[in-house]
Design a protein. Structure first.
Length: 402
């Protein structure tokens, strides 16, 4: 990985292209890709469901599936595009797609148009997310790779806090049925600023397209030590976390009697926890190893998902914070392992291949969760299922190489 150092921008104070500016821009891009383009759906789901989806949880779950289906398609596209575009170029393309999709959602007049917007958000999200951790990791010294990747997750956490607080604020001021679109409109304005920053301030220094990684990047992924348990971990995380994030607000409102404001406040706590999850677990794993840290993280996530089912405070608040910490910390550990065992030539295809398994699980997870909730009239078994899959992820994480 000696050539990785050549890709790092100089870190001199006062330079626009400093290492920390790169990290900040990547954090903001991840916020747009994930917090705005993907996870805001969990915040606005009750309002959008009642406004344009006829009150159907199954249809709301299907719309979540559209988003992650596009994410999976985007993952395959990035695997191909990584041999033709540099990582910075890929991130700019993804930001352009996500910003356009947010604009579409912000003014969507009907359910089908909203579905198209969510689909486009998934495409943009994959195109931004895959190059982001490597860009951030290369901006800092190698012994801070875990921290650099963790900070990317922190950007998502900041966006989750913002989305939750914005939704709660708007809910207190009005009961208009289209408040969920106002959330997307504010996020659109922020995305435009980030897009401009990515094109004007972010530069490629020695970054180049990757070598071919085989179909879907599988050949590149196989070069990563422990790639099989790692891929299982990423798939388990993709299935488990989205059940919690997508249905947390609905679970608290429908099953636990929380008001809309109280439920979105708990979602904001998830975001608050995710601000610090990557920053805590990333550096911790630099010290104790990815395997131990990831095994513990999966176990904690399972416990927090079950704690939500108590429906009482302060248990739900504690669970929400724990979910947030693990939500940003777990992928940071998985990605850091990939960064540790790849270089410029095979990182993009390798991460794309691992993300494909992650995307498949995300694609089926919301639909299964919505169908379970409609069939049983409760979100209880949705959260139980998330915990069971998390335990399976912990078992797989324990089999990673030391």
């Amino acid at each position: 990985m000696a050539d990785v150092d050549d890709d790092r921008p100089p870190a001199g104070a006062g330079r626009l292209e400093s290492a920390w500016l790169v990290v900040a821009l990547v954090m903001a891009a991840a916020c747009v890709a994930q917090a705005f383009g993907r996870f805001t759906w969990g915040v606005v789901l009750p309002g959008a469901r009642d406004d344009v989806l006829g009150g159907s949880n199954t249809l709301a779950g299907f719309f979540g599936t559209l988003n992650v289906t596009a994410y999976m398609i985007g993952t395959l596209a990035v695997s191909w595009a990584s041999s033709r575009f540099s990582l910075v170029q890929l991130m700019r393309i993804g930001l352009s797609i996500s910003t356009t999709a947010l604009a579409l959602a912000a003014f969507a007049p009907s359910g089908p148009v909203l579905g198209i917007a969510l689909f486009a958000m998934g495409l943009g999200g994959a195109t931004i997310w895959i190059p982001s951790p490597a860009i951030s990791a290369r901006a800092l010294p190698p012994d801070r790779a875990g921290m650099a990747v963790g900070l990317v997750g922190s950007g998502i956490g900041v966006g989750l806090v913002f989305a939750g607080q914005l939704s709660a604020f708007l809910d207190r001021r009005s009961d208009a049925p289209d408040l969920w679109q106002t959330v997307y409109r504010v996020e659109l304005a922020i995305a435009v600023v980030v897009l401009i920053g990515a094109f004007t301030l972010l530069r490629s220094r020695g970054d180049r397209p990757a070598l071919s990684g085989g179909f879907g990047g599988v050949a590149a992924l196989k070069t990563v030590r422990g790639w099989i348990p790692l891929t299982i971990c990423y798939a388990a995380f993709g299935f488990a976390y989205i059940l919690v994030l997508a249905f947390l607000v609905a679970r608290l409102e429908d099953d636990s009697g929380f008001s809309s404001g109280a439920a979105t406040a708990m979602f904001s706590l998830v975001g608050a926890g995710s601000v610090f999850g990557g920053m805590l677990l990333g550096p911790l794993s630099d010290r104790i190893g990815r395997r131990v840290a990831l095994t513990a993280a999966f176990t904690i996530f399972a416990g927090c998902g079950l704690l939500v089912l108590t429906g009482s405070q302060p248990s739900v608040a504690i669970a929400a914070i724990g979910v947030g910490l693990m939500f940003s910390g777990m992928p940071a550990l998985i990605i850091a392992h990939i960064v540790d065992h790849t270089d410029t030539d095979n990182y993009g295809p390798a991460f794309s291949a691992a993300t494909l398994a992650f995307g498949v699980m995300q694609m089926i997870s919301p639909q299964i969760g919505g169908a379970i909730a409609d069939a049983l009239g409760s979100f209880t078994w949705v959260f139980v299922l998330s915990a069971v899959v998390s335990v399976a992820g912990a078992v797989s994480a324990s089999r990673l190489p030391r």
